[in-house]
Ligand binder design. Structure first.
Ligand code: NI
Length: 157
């Protein structure tokens, strides 16, 4: 799922994402936010998922940078989290989380030395990954869910 292969474009994707997401979803009505393609999340659930997911990205960036390598990367049950009671809340709190997190990610990633980019963590499904790999994954994750939002708004799989 990772079309990103260079650090600069991954950082730029992470930098631009919160504003792009906000521009797309802020004008939507509650009915639009709750529309979804069959078997897929609604836009509301996707926005809350992005906040949850990118909070875990924060750990996946920082643990390899601060612990003996490979650091153990945290995992969570994203499907279960997307069904929790707060998944029906307005999206504004999750947009604020993403704004703040991505400002932090960009500042952190722009500070890294080559050696830091190559520090590693271990994930049960991804195996051993570098900080660089994690940045590419989350840059791609932004694109995956922007595309999923378009499907949700059309109500198509
Ligand atoms: Ni996701």
């Amino acid at each position: 799922m990772a079309p990103y292969t260079d650090r600069r474009s991954a950082i730029e994707r992470l930098r631009s994402f919160p504003a792009e997401l906000e521009a797309r979803v802020t004008p939507l009505s509650d009915a639009d936010l709750d529309r979804h393609a069959p078997g897929e999340w609604s836009t509301r659930q996707i926005v809350h998922h992005l906040a949850d997911s990118h909070m875990s990205a924060n750990f996946r960036f920082r643990k390899p940078l601060s612990e003996p390598n490979p650091a153990t990367l945290p995992v969570y049950d994203q499907a279960a989290w997307a069904e929790m009671a707060d998944s029906t809340l307005p999206i504004a709190p999750s947009l604020l989380i993403l704004r703040g997190l991505h400002a932090r990610f960009v500042a952190l990633l722009e500070s890294l030395t080559d050696a830091q980019w190559m520090q590693t963590g271990q994930h049960p499904e991804w195996g051993i990954v570098t900080v660089e790999n994690v940045a590419y994954r989350y840059a791609a994750h932004c694109d995956v869910h922007l595309a999923q939002i378009e499907r949700a708004l059309r109500g198509e799989p």
